[in-house]
Design a protein around this ligand. Structure first.
Ligand SMILES: O=P(O)(O)OC[C@H]1O[C@H](OP(=O)(O)OP(=O)(O)O)[C@H](O)[C@@H]1O
Ligand SMILES: Nc1nc2[nH]cnc2c(=O)[nH]1
Ligand SMILES: [Mg+2]
Length: 175
């Protein structure tokens, strides 16, 4: 695997673990006495979903959706394709979408409306990374791990053409 296209470490595993503990505690506090549904968005959110769920001390169910809009490119196609839908009934529930990155905002904007249309009690977003400079659609993000600059990020779940998801840290693709 051509690791020489990957830049230096931007965010370490230890920093991510610490942030997951803080955000998990915040979610626990915000939803005290309630049940939540955590929805992990495959494939990018696979590691962050595990970090968040073990740090939230509430009654919860988890589910997953798989969506894709980037394919093998570093630019969004602008079209969000649902590859796997939910298995659970989320009507009347507090939903938290767990994502790896909010970049253009296209994916989260689509998903938030999609899940609100299922008569949920509330829908919030928890993302590992936020890239404000990439934004093309305005979207409120409730829980943010880290802000990143305008580079194509890889590692800790985030891919380039399906590679580098297994890097245990956040890095970027060199030009
Ligand atoms: O804010 P946006 O510009 O919409 O970008 C964010 C989305 O892009 C990535 O998904 P991708 O389509 O690459 O699928 P993947 O999770 O399987 O890599 C990422 O996991 C987010 O879901
Ligand atoms: N891997 C990866 N996927 C993305 N999807 C939207 N932005 C990004 C990014 O910076 N890196
Ligand atoms: Mg991707």
């Amino acid at each position: 695997m051509a690791r020489d296209v990957v830049g230096e470490i931007m965010i370490t595993q230890e920093q991510i673990n610490e942030r997951a503990r803080q955000i998990g505690a915040q979610i626990t506090e915000d939803y005290k006495g309630e049940e939540v549904v955590l929805i992990g968005i495959l494939r990018g959110a696979v590691l962050w979903m595990g970090d968040i769920m073990k740090n939230v001390d509430l009654d919860m169910i988890i589910d997953f959706m798989a969506v894709s809009s980037y394919g093998a490119s570093t630019k969004s196609s602008g079209v969000v394709k649902i590859i796997k839908d939910l298995d659970s009934d989320i009507e009347g529930k507090h939903v938290i979408i767990v994502e790896d990155i909010v970049d253009s905002g296209t994916t989260l904007n689509y998903l938030k409306h999609y899940l609100q249309n299922r008569n949920t009690k509330s829908v919030r977003i928890c993302t590992l990374l936020n890239k404000p400079e990439g934004r093309r659609v305005d979207i409120d993000v409730d829980y943010i791990g880290f802000e990143v600059e305008d580079k194509f990020i890889v590692g800790y779940g985030l891919d380039f053409d399906q590679r580098y998801r297994n890097l245990p840290y956040i890095s970027f693709l060199k030009d």
